[in-house]
Design a protein around this ligand. Sequence first.
Ligand SMILES: NC(=O)c1ccc[n+]([C@@H]2O[C@H](COP(=O)([O-])OP(=O)(O)OC[C@H]3O[C@@H](n4cnc5c(N)ncnc54)[C@H](OP(=O)(O)O)[C@@H]3O)[C@@H](O)[C@H]2O)c1
Length: 348
Amino acid sequence: MIGSAMRRIMIHGPGGHERLVIEESQAPEPGPGEVLIEAEAIGVNYADCMVRMGLYKSAKDHVGWPICPGFEVAGKVAALGEGVADLRVGDPVVAVTRFFGYSTHLVVPENQAFPLPSSLTSGQAAGFPCVFLTAYYALRMLGNPRGGETMLVHSAAGGVGGALVQLGKVSGCRVVGVVGAAHKRDLVREHGASEVIDKSSEDLWAAAERHAPDGYHLIFDANGAVTLRQSYDHLAAPGKLIVFGFAGMLPKGRDRPNRLKLLYDWLRTPRFDPLHMTNNNRGVLGFNLSYLFAEIGLFHEAMAELLGWLEEGKIEPLPTRTFPFEDVAEAHRAIESGQTVGKLVLKV
Ligand SMILES: NC(=O)c1ccc[n+]([C@@H]2O[C@H](COP(=O)([O-])OP(=O)(O)OC[C@H]3O[C@@H](n4cnc5c(N)ncnc54)[C@H](OP(=O)(O)O)[C@@H]3O)[C@@H](O)[C@H]2O)c1
């Protein structure tokens, strides 16, 4: 396997779908404590599009150009580096990786690979870690609900949104989900939301107030400036706004940013006032998992509980739409449309 041919999707500079090119090279050799994985399926995340557009800071900080994007794969262990004790060649695994996931073969440290849950197909597994780890970190580690909280989830039918709704239910919260199109409503209900707001046909904040007149204990927002101020204003006391993305700064259905809109949204992104936060018992927390790989123990803690819930049937994999590896541009086009539900996955 080592030294055999592999393919990966590379991006040599910022731009649209034409920037996604498949290149061939030799499969890498795992170093001490690393494993080589032969991928069967690869998770696609909205962040991958931001990497391609040159707007993802972590990609610049950790790799630069050219870059192979991708944060998660499912496949089989193809080779072991020295000292790897807990995995064997042929073991089915799902792995998290900071970039380089859009690849038929990749090397990761042993501690970034987890046994593939037997109930999942490789496609479902490849779409599991990123969105569920993000939701777990946001809700369980930052939000830390005790049960009984009311939470609002923006983009509730998407990848992270779908995971947040399910974990909210598991955590004993009442979940209100927000979606941008009518066809997304049913899934959010199926995942456990008690109310769904379709902002394409009703006033988001009027509905949000109707469903929680005293405000929300937890609000999860990856929209950016378009909703952040109002999200903060709709917190209960105590309440936490958890910020983890800025998709609303980009135009839906386009493969490159509008620079003027980026600037406008950056200027109108709220700066929150600590005095107001203190006197109103409101908190604002932000995070990006790709800066948390040094805390890999958190991922293990989260995965252990998530895989347990999966086995017990308390959570389920998101509906998964599959694209051939070669059709990566189609997958990016789909997620950029803002119309998808659940997860998108590339099949090798
Ligand atoms: N901080 C972290 O560690 C972390 C980790 C994973 C993901 N994220 C962030 O979480 C968000 C969701 O990621 P995901 O991969 O699960 O994607 P996703 O939610 O499956 O898809 C994106 C959704 O965002 C909404 N949206 C708002 N503005 C959009 C735009 N301009 N273009 C396309 N969609 C837009 C759409 O839903 P509605 O129209 O229904 O709102 C769309 O369906 C992204 O912002 C991502 O960067 C952050």
